[in-house]
Unconditional design. Sequence first.
Length: 151
Amino acid sequence: MDMETYLTREIANHIVSALEDMPVVAVTGMRQTGKSTFLQEQAEFKGRKYITLDDFAQLAAAKENPDRFVDTDEPLIIDEAQRCPELFVAIKRAVDRDRVPGRFILSGSANFLLMKNISESLAGAEPCCDSPFNLATSRYLLLEHPGPSRG
């Protein structure tokens, strides 16, 4: 197998399933574990607009006007989302206005729910939910990518 061959990931089925019910799905994990490649190459996500906040122009646009940045009819993938905490409040407002399943996939190396400003934005949008991992009642699904296995 050459280095250019992309192998589909089993986790894609879980994310697709979550997107059918939830407006926001976050994929987090350690750096350099293939999250960005997965979100760009996995067939199920090809119809989504992919934005990385590693791109300084995109990051500047997100910081300048987070509400406008997320105001789109296209389903979005926002990679390295932790680089712009202001986006999480804008996403919460967008979801509160129009709770359409599958609107956003957020990705990054940080656990968003452990970041103070971000966890407050997401927690405020989770009625009757003690844990973001409670899939029956949670508005958000956080799928942790454990990183490379050591075997």
